[in-house]
Design a protein around this ligand. Structure first.
Ligand code: F3S
Length: 653
């Protein structure tokens, strides 16, 4: 049967036979996992609790890349734990200073046709080389590492036929911003976007990565490009040509939907506050004063991205009222840019070079000023994402960001370079990157690994494990949220909070801190409670702390109009029942502190529909459980850790 590329890769990884009908659950054998420092402690604590001797996948990599600000003992405690636990269980470590997880993973570990699960929502970055890469919660990564097949709802595969070619001044960022403009932040739910066509063939791996990375902003399961000549060139430049295999969709294969996008028609775009799909042409953005420009992040800090920004800056200066920083995505890119003179251009322009880390993208340093206008090349512009909820974040490409930094207000590269803009088209990706894996610590042999002692500093607290649900639940509503609550709203980013992620008793005190500072104490006082959510509850990152902290505070269920995919998985994994209003109008009928009562909860859950009484307002309503059989088992036994242990026992492991 002729298959699209997504189906081909999924078919090659099926652990149980399946017709792969969209919406049906499939079970997959995973090749690679990745984690990063601000989420990973929980993942490895869970893996330790499972009790296996070693990771069971081909390659597991632990990146120390997000938080390199050692403000106190917490982050170094985390990093030392992560390095030692990796050694103990056969996991690679990419040390601080080697680069951002997705950039390094695609360059040094990824390979066409592989299936990867990463504890970060931008894991789909690796789709740039014909690999199927899915962002999941940390507990799912721990599960993948056990070798137990991973469940996934078979996605719809959408063909995106790219034609034409990008004009100088337009970047792959325009492609994904245009996609976001068209389909919106929920338009990718349950879908894989498979990019094909003559336009796709013109895009380099790094350009493709910008697109597949930000497919996460559409809520997509993942995005993928074929493994073609561009991928061969990229792997050759990484001295890994041997890992190349040509992979593409079969001629005449079918898709579940199709889109057309002509690259030649794109103009510089901008995602305005506070959602990445709030996209308009850059020329239409109000010319207000810009306070901060950040050029960097996994999304848009490749060699050509930074080189193009540097060319815009060449011989010019950052506006005196603008703070402009640049975070390059990996050591090898930094070295190449240095060799080719681009870092000098940036420094001469007054750009501040940051560490090779996520940093400002997740509010670890470089917070904008009060009500500051921040222009960034990263992928998210949610309120508070940059560390200051009063700031406005605009997302643009690196060339536009450089022009904006020079002008002090929104500007495109063309406004700075005029006819000289054509020189941006001359920038090519390096034919050979300065490859040096000395910052990657390889796993020990199983015998050596068994001798390793895992180091637990004071910041490493035990993993909280939820109880299984009981038949009768009578609890109050501890919070009622608006639509589009992000994981940043639930567990804020920033250096201060990131370093608390290994310490749930402490971090849970700040749960919903910015959205409703009284929530944590109220939930704690209630003992057990339910959260009421609007549409797209839990959108954004894969941050499982957005489930762990509420669970720790006694939240037993979330009843929302809809719940974002990764967050729903995290709720399940951590024992919070995700429910959807059968009639969204019921959302309006209840208030915070109402008492809700559910009889025969476990029995009702089996029917996927639960009847709930609002005792305070005296009415009854229904909520659905949009769960597969195995998901239902997970939640019925109190979350993924208990479920997994049971499964492994049954398998005799
Ligand atoms: Fe890091 Fe931001 Fe990417 S936090 S992994 S640079 S989305």
């Amino acid at each position: 049967m002729n298959m699209n590329l997504t189906k081909k890769i999924l078919a090659a990884h099926l652990a149980k036979p399946s017709d792969m009908v969209p919406g049906e659950e499939i079970f997959l054998k995973v090749d690679q996992t990745l984690t990063h420092d601000i989420n990973a402690v929980m993942t490895y604590l869970a893996f330790e609790a499972i009790g296996l001797d070693r990771t069971q996948v081909e390659t597991s990599v632990s990146y120390l890349d997000h938080n390199l600000l050692y403000l106190d003992n917490k982050t170094p405690d985390d990093h030392i734990y992560l390095q030692s636990v990796a050694k103990r269980y056969g996991v690679y470590v990419s040390r601080p200073g080697n680069g951002i997880c997705h950039a390094v993973q695609v360059a040094r570990f990824g390979a066409p046709g592989k299936l990867s699960m990463g504890g970060d929502s931008h894991t789909p970055h690796g789709g740039a080389i014909g690999m199927l890469c899915i962002g999941v919660g940390g507990m799912d990564v721990a599960t993948a590492m056990t070798g137990v097949p991973m469940r996934l709802k078979m996605p719809q595969v959408i063909k995106v036929n790219l034609t034409g070619h990008l004009k100088p001044g337009c970047n792959a960022k325009e492609v994904i911003l245009e996609m976001l403009r068209r389909v919106g932040i929920k338009g990718g739910l349950g879908k894989v976007f498979e990019y094909v066509g003559p336009g796709a063939a013109t895009l380099t791996v790094n350009e493709r990565a910008t697109i597949s990375n930000m497919g996460a902003e559409m809520g997509a399961t993942t995005s993928i490009f074929p493994a073609d000549e561009q991928v061969r060139k990229f792997l050759k430049a990484q001295k890994r040509e041997a890992d190349f295999v040509e992979l593409a969709a079969d001629e005449g294969c079918s898709y579940d939907g199709e889109m057309e996008l002509n690259l030649s028609e794109l103009v510089p775009l901008c995602a305005c506050p506070h959602q990445p799909d709030n996209v308009i042409p850059l020329k239409d953005v109000e010319k207000k004063k810009v306070q901060q420009v950040f050029i960097g992040s996994c999304t848009n800090a490749s060699y050509s991205d930074i080189a193009k920004a540097a060319l815009v800056f060449q011989g010019r200066h950052v506006h005196e009222d603008v703070s402009c920083t640049c975070g390059i995505s990996s050591k090898q890119i930094y070295l190449q840019l240095m060799k080719d003179g681009y870092l000098e251009m940036l420094l001469n322009a007054g750009v501040r070079l940051l560490e090779l880390a996520c940093g400002p993208c997740c509010a670890i340093g470089q917070s904008p000023a009060t009500k500051g206008v921040a222009v960034r090349t990263s992928n998210r512009n949610f309120k508070g994402r940059a560390g200051n909820p009063t700031a406005e974040i605009y997302l643009v490409n690196p060339e536009s960001a450089a022009a904006t930094a020079i002008m002090g207000t929104f500007a495109s590269a063309e406004e700075i370079l005029g006819d000289e803009i054509v020189k941006l088209a001359d920038i090519q990706e390096p034919e050979e990157y300065p490859v040096d894996d000395s910052m990657i610590v390889a796993p020990l042999s199983p015998e050596e690994a068994r001798e390793v002692e895992v180091v637990r500093g004071p910041n490493i607290k035990p993993l909280p494990v939820p109880d299984a649900p009981e038949q009768h639940l009578k609890v109050q509503i501890s919070l009622k949220t608006v639509d589009n609550i992000t994981t940043d709203d639930i567990t804020p980013a920033s250096a201060e909070f990131s370093s608390m992620r290994s310490n749930i008793p402490l971090m849970s005190q700040y749960c919903y801190h910015r959205y409703d500072p009284s929530f944590a104490e109220r939930a704690r006082q209630m003992g057990q409670s339910i959260i009421i959510g609007g549409e797209n509850y839990g959108q954004g990152s894969s941050r499982e702390h957005a489930a762990i902290n509420p669970m720790y505070l006694g939240v037993k269920a979330v009843i929302a109009k809809s719940i974002a995919r990764i967050h729903k998985g995290n709720l399940l994994n951590h024992g919070i029942i995700p429910m959807i209003f059968a009639d969204p109008a019921d959302y309006d009928r209840m208030d915070i502190e109402d008492t809700l009562e559910i009889h025969n909860l476990l029995d009702q859950m089996q029917t996927r529909e639960v009847e709930i009484t609002d005792v305070t307002k005296d009415f009854t309503f229904k909520a659905r459980l949009e769960l597969s059989d195995s998901e239902l088992e997970v939640i019925s036994c109190g979350g993924q850790l208990r479920y997994l242990k049971r499964q492994l026992e049954e398998m005799g492991r």
